[in-house]
Design a protein around this ligand. Structure first.
Ligand code: AKB
Length: 317
């Protein structure tokens, strides 16, 4: 039987980089697509194609040339950047997804597609702990694109037989590549500013609680949902997944246990309004029941892992 070929679109981004390393380390065949070449030494030996996801012909050529069987489509404008350039964000997010779904429906070699949705599909009226089928009135261009994207995934599954699977990611925190243009980015950015001369300035309010997840759990969720038989999945849109919730002051208190003297101050900007519309947590019962979702990393584990990755010595606890 021919080997699976995993194609990661947006491979130089935060989630793409981590997934590429995980699949490569597991001995899988991986092809990287992005407009930016990978910079991580571990990924330089992998095949890379410079492709803009808005160019469907180039996408089709890359899928065909590498006999791609599994597509992970991560190229997107996130919530904060999307508010600054709404037309560009809509074009990138929607065109990219529709190109991928359309090619998956016409190319027999493509068996499965993974596309991430987000907590940004929720908005005022979704409730503090958003249920799987909570009311959704997203307040950002990014959130609208994810909400509509979920419906497109469902449509392509039901009417074109595309096996596309999705989860609603919270803020993702990892070590290999920085995020860009998100509202939850402060929770990664702070780790690069622990030893600056001034306190870290946070762009959200001290008590703005949001759902968050360590990158190992995020990568695990993508691989796990792709591995189960389709018949196990009751949801054709995107599954809620939940790992931990914290606010900036809670994260900074945990960091303070490793870095005595660490201080932060708060200067909320437009991203605070975006965050205020998102739930504190998600109810993920359906993901747990259907495909065994269970996160492994909590807040102390997350901070410990970020410290270790930056080789910041922690005092004995
Ligand atoms: C963002 O902040 O825009 C993203 C997300 C929650 O999807 N991290």
């Amino acid at each position: 039987m021919p080997q699976d070929v995993h194609c990661i679109i947006g491979a130089s981004g935060q989630l793409g980089t981590e997934l590429a390393v995980t699949l490569h380390n597991a001995g899988e065949q991986v092809v990287l697509l992005d407009i930016k070449a990978p910079s991580l030494p571990a990924l330089l030996e992998l095949p890379f194609e410079k492709v803009d996801v808005r160019d469907q012909a180039a996408l089709c050529a890359a899928f065909g040339a590498h006999h791609v069987t599994h597509v992970y489509h991560f190229a997107a404008a996130l919530s904060a950047r999307g508010e600054q350039e709404p037309q560009w964000a809509w074009d990138l997010n929607m065109k990219g997804l529709l190109h991928v779904l359309d090619l998956a429906s016409s190319m027999d070699s493509i068996a499965r597609v993974f596309w991430p949705s987000s907590i940004a599909v929720f908005g005022p009226g979704s409730g503090p702990v958003a249920a799987q089928s909570a009311f959704r009135l997203p307040s950002t261009v990014y959130g609208i694109s994810k909400n509509v994207g979920e419906h497109w995934c469902s449509w392509y599954h039901q009417h074109r037989g595309v096996d596309v699977r999705s989860v609603r990611y919270p803020g993702l925190i990892g070590t290999l590549a920085p995020p860009g243009g998100g509202t939850t980015d402060y929770a990664v950015e702070v780790f690069d500013q622990l030893h600056g001369p001034a306190p870290y300035t946070c762009f959200l309010q001290a008590n703005e609680k949001l759902p968050m997840m360590h990158m190992d759990d995020a990568v695990g969720a993508a691989l796990q949902i792709l591995s189960v038989p389709r018949a196990a999945l009751r949801c054709n849109e995107a599954y809620n997944i939940n790992a931990m919730s914290f606010d900036p002051q809670g994260l900074f208190a945990e960091i303070g246990r490793h870095v005595p003297g660490f201080t932060a101050e708060y200067a909320p900007d437009f991203r605070q309004d975006i965050a205020a519309g998102w739930p504190d947590a998600l109810n993920d019962d359906m993901a747990r029941e259907d495909w065994g979702w269970s996160p492994k990393i909590d807040l102390p584990g997350l901070v410990q892992s970020m410290m270790e990755a930056r080789r910041i010595a922690s005092p004995a606890r």
